[in-house]
Design a protein around this ligand. Structure first.
Ligand code: KG4
Ligand code: ZN
Length: 326
């Protein structure tokens, strides 16, 4: 078995995955959302302290598996350095005390493998990763061959939901809040402009929409206007993604397309992407809802692949990095 640890942002999570069949045997996650909600976003130092408290508690629960562990896998990039280091330190301690090898996992590869937690891998894949830290399209041939073909120039998709929610006094994380508020409201009430629609560049930008939302919130007569603002924002945020993807598909027709990352839970986004794929006959692959947001099960799934390939790191070589290896 491989034990995996995730602490790249505000979720402390541990999983145990069986190597012979990738079966997830143990999975716990303690989310810090409530603690960060009062600040309207993740406070890195607070997150780091909460990981230091939560991880040993969850590891204690996983103790019965310790004698059967063949390796310990841990997210070492990308993410907040001060929170990544909590998981990595814990993993190094386990590696030393249990005398098992250490595996450093890239969090973004984890999100891709969240698609395969309970099924075999399926490549090639065109993947849209939408999370709080990332918005990018990747061409994925294998665990080792992942190429970013489009990315955001500024804010991420999830971050724009978080910031817009904050402007309307909604708690963190804002994505599910905005989606809920937008339900049944008018997505065309506020005709926000789609970013970069005149540009040939296949890339994303979310900082402009945020400012348009700020103005709409300032001009709102009261909170009863917020559902239409939320719906109009969500509509444009998704339209920006689909417009750029449509352009990209003109030269790169996908066979199988996947959406991963915390924001892939958004049902409005899923519907629009599904409609976009239809004329291409491409199928849509999604993670189970519980594996969309950050979790150690997806890190463990990568961990078992890396274990098979003997992709181990020496203790002194495994460092944390805010940047992805992809
Ligand atoms: O992948 P994730 O858990 O953490 C990162 O790696 O960033 O993604 C969290 C992000 C947050 O910005 C959150 O607001 C967003 O995903 N999110 C959503 C939805 N659920 C979560 N955004 C839009 N709609 C949702 N339903
Ligand atoms: Zn993530």
């Amino acid at each position: 078995m491989v034990l995996s640890i995730e602490s790249s942002c505000d979720d402390s999570s541990v999983a145990v995955t069986r190597i012979k069949d990738n079966k997830l045997l143990f999975h716990r996650k303690i989310s810090q959302e409530l603690e960060h909600a009062k600040y309207g976003g993740v406070v890195p130092e607070l997150a780091s302290r909460l990981h230091a408290e939560a991880l040993p508690r969850i590891l204690e629960e996983a103790k019965e598996y310790f004698s059967e562990l063949k390796a310990v896998a841990v997210t070492n990039s990308p993410g907040l350095s001060v929170t990544l280091v909590e998981g990595v330190t814990m993993a190094k301690a386990l590696s030393i005390s249990l005398k098992i090898p250490l595996i450093g996992v890239d969090h973004l590869k984890g999100h891709v493998y969240s698609l395969f937690i309970d099924k075999p891998t399926q490549f090639p894949l065109t993947v849209l990763l939408v999370s709080g830290g990332h918005t990018q399209v990747m061409e994925v041939q294998s665990l080792e061959k992942m190429e970013v073909v489009a990315r955001t120039l500024d804010d991420s998709f999830g971050e724009s939901f978080d910031k817009s929610a904050k402007m309307m006094g909604l708690p963190y994380p804002g994505g599910p809040e905005i989606e809920k508020l937008a339900k049944g409201a008018d997505p065309l009430k506020h005709p926000f402009t789609i970013p970069m629609s005149q540009s040939k560049l296949i890339a994303f930008s979310y900082s402009g929409i945020k400012n348009a939302v700020r103005l709409a919130v300032q001009e709102a007569k009261d909170e009863s206007d917020y559902p239409d603002i939320a719906a109009s924002f969500q509509h444009i945020a998704v339209a920006h993604l689909t417009q750029k993807l449509k352009k990209y598909f003109k030269t790169h027709v996908p066979k199988t397309f996947a959406i991963v990352g915390g924001a892939s839970a958004n049902l409005y986004l899923r519907d629009k992407i599904e409609a976009l794929l239809k004329p291409h006959g491409a199928s849509l692959l999604l993670s189970e809802l519980k594996y969309c947001s950050d979790n150690a099960a997806m890190i463990g799934r990568v961990g078992v692949e890396m274990y098979r390939d003997k992709k181990f790191s020496a203790l002194k070589d495994l460092q944390v990095s805010p940047k992805s290896q992809i």
